[in-house]
Design a protein around this ligand. Structure first.
Ligand code: DC
Length: 237
């Protein structure tokens, strides 16, 4: 059951700002649940493509969003969550640039966002939730007691993505990645439905040139200050 009282830390920001890793580590440090809301938009885009649906068919995509058979599995010792679509592990497929691009398109449709609201709010269970996305603090959990907004320059975010792909053995063109990131940012920030923007009460952290550990430590310190977590020493491991 959803518990409206369970605390939520929202972590919003553009892709490559480090919010995925930061959210995972903060959730793990606190022993809280994790919502990777981008994965929901990605899995919807994947399901739509597999069915050959147009990515701008709002009523059809909203109906699909409401009926999606999707499950998230956190496995001990593994970073991130595994995503199952109809029981099939699609985690790898979701991380491709093509899927991110398609997700950004379906995410621009208001009826799709509306259809996914209840699913996202259902993650809010004791002892607490770390919610990673674009509109966690502004729309999905506006009453969250701690809201974080992570940024980094587009240049740095493209380099992070490039290194990530290289580590996975994927050759990528840095300039092309930069263009894709800038285009996706522009679409996510300019759309009418829940555009990417910091909540008025969000704490903004620019992660350009800062290590992930330091960002995690800052978020945990803010959580402690807000009375959401015990003060943690050497946070982030
Ligand atoms: O965080 P991500 O790269 O996995 O997100 C994929 C796309 O989904 C992104 O381009 C914007 C969209 N998205 C969104 O609109 N709202 C969210 N809460 C999360 C993601």
């Amino acid at each position: 059951m959803t518990d409206e009282k369970a605390p939520v830390i929202t972590v919003d920001g553009p892709s490559g700002s480090g919010k995925g890793t930061v959210s995972q580590r903060v959730a793990r440090a606190l022993g809280w649940r994790l919502l990777d809301s981008g994965a929901l938009y990605r899995v919807l885009a994947l399901a739509a493509r597999r069915r050959g649906l147009a990515l701008d068919d709002e009523p059809v995509l909203a109906a699909l969003a409401g009926a999606l058979d999707v499950a998230f599995e956190e496995r001990p010792g593994e970073e991130g969550v595994r995503v199952l679509l109809g029981g099939e592990d699609v985690t790898g497929e979701l991380r491709t640039e093509a899927c991110g691009e398609a997700a950004s398109r379906v995410a621009a449709l208001p009826a799709v966002r509306e259809a996914l609201l209840g699913r996202q709010r259902a993650f809010r269970v004791p002892p607490g939730l770390v919610a990673d996305g674009r509109d966690m603090g502004t729309v999905v959990f506006p009453d969250a007691p701690l809201k974080i907004y992570l940024t980094a320059s587009a240049d740095e975010r493209a380099r992070r993505r490039w290194r990530q792909l290289r580590a996975q053995g994927v050759e990528a063109d840095l300039a092309a990645l930069y263009r894709e990131i800038a285009a996706r940012d522009a679409r996510d920030a300019s759309r009418k439905a829940s555009p990417l923007r910091p909540a008025a009460d969000a704490v903004q952290i620019d992660t350009t040139g800062i290590g992930i550990e330091e960002v995690v430590a800052r978020v945990l310190a803010l959580a402690a200050e807000a009375g959401l977590a015990p003060a943690v020493r050497g946070a982030g491991s």
